[in-house]
Write a protein that binds this ligand. Structure first.
Ligand SMILES: [Zn+2]
Length: 256
């Protein structure tokens, strides 16, 4: 059996539009840089007040196409009930061992939506346990199953959702901003879309309010400004410290 390509980055989301909304520019920029990037959604967002499971799945496929990621998977966990259970951790461990990512982009530990914080804890713990070789998650033969080989991602970055934090890293996403917003706007049932509004009588949500997309843009402009870019996406590095033997190479590559 040939080895699947190693993955540079996996972005995890609790719901199908989370990655696009909160880390979409970073995902698009990584793809443009030529890295192998995948997205893994924990749930299908079936509890969402707008749209349906089927519609959200179609919208997610359209957004995935726009971003050009190498793969996207959905673990089918229960929306509104993301449990930090052995079974759920093992599902994530299987994904990590199969794709062997170096870096994870995951939700912030705290958010107004409890699923996001729950997802953050679940993924962080699974990433750790994935590195323990005595944890076996598959039933396949040991000599052929990649999911039985321990793998721990080297780094985890948390993207910012509704509760702000002082970021450790801001990624310049200016050159992919239009592409990134097109991926967000592919979720016609979730973000404000006058055409969708005309045909549906559904309640307004935090995300479907016309101000939401403006808020996402304003925040990206604000963080971008701090690093000298037009648009930036903030991340928190909580699992540090980062090590280096050469601080000039580590910090100085972007000096003017
Ligand atoms: Zn969400």
């Amino acid at each position: 059996m040939s080895e699947p390509a190693r993955t540079n980055v996996i972005a995890f989301g609790a719901h199908p539009d989370d990655v696009e909304i909160f880390a979409g520019g970073t995902v698009c920029s990584l793809v443009q840089h030529g890295y192998r990037v995948g997205i893994v959604d924990l749930t299908e967002g079936e509890l969402g007040s707008r749209g349906s499971r089927e519609l959200r799945s179609k919208e997610s496929a359209a957004a995935t196409e726009i971003m050009g990621v190498a793969f996207r998977e959905n673990l089918g966990l229960s929306d509104g009930h993301i449990e930090n259970s052995l079974g759920n951790r093992n599902l994530i461990i299987e994904v990590l061992r199969r794709h062997r990512p170096d870096i994870l982009l995951i939700p912030a530990a705290e958010c107004r939506h409890p699923d996001h914080g729950a997802a953050s804890t679940l993924i962080s713990e699974a990433a750790f346990y994935s590195g323990l070789r005595k944890i076996i998650v598959s039933t396949g033969p040991a000599d052929t199953s990649r999911s039985e080989r321990a793998w721990r991602p080297a780094h985890i970055l948390h993207y910012m959702q509704s509760i702000p934090f002082e970021p450790t890293v801001v990624v310049d996403v200016s050159f992919v901003w239009e592409q990134r917003m097109n991926a967000v706007l592919a979720y016609h049932s979730q973000v404000f879309d006058p055409t969708y509004e005309k045909g549906h009588d559904e309640p307004e949500t935090f995300v479907s309010n016309p101000g939401f997309v403006k808020w996402i843009e304003a925040r990206a402009r604000a963080f971008g400004y701090r690093i000298g870019a037009e648009y930036g996406e903030p991340f928190l590095y909580r699992h540090g410290p980062l090590g280096t033997s050469d601080i000039v190479r580590f910090l100085g590559q972007d000096s003017p």
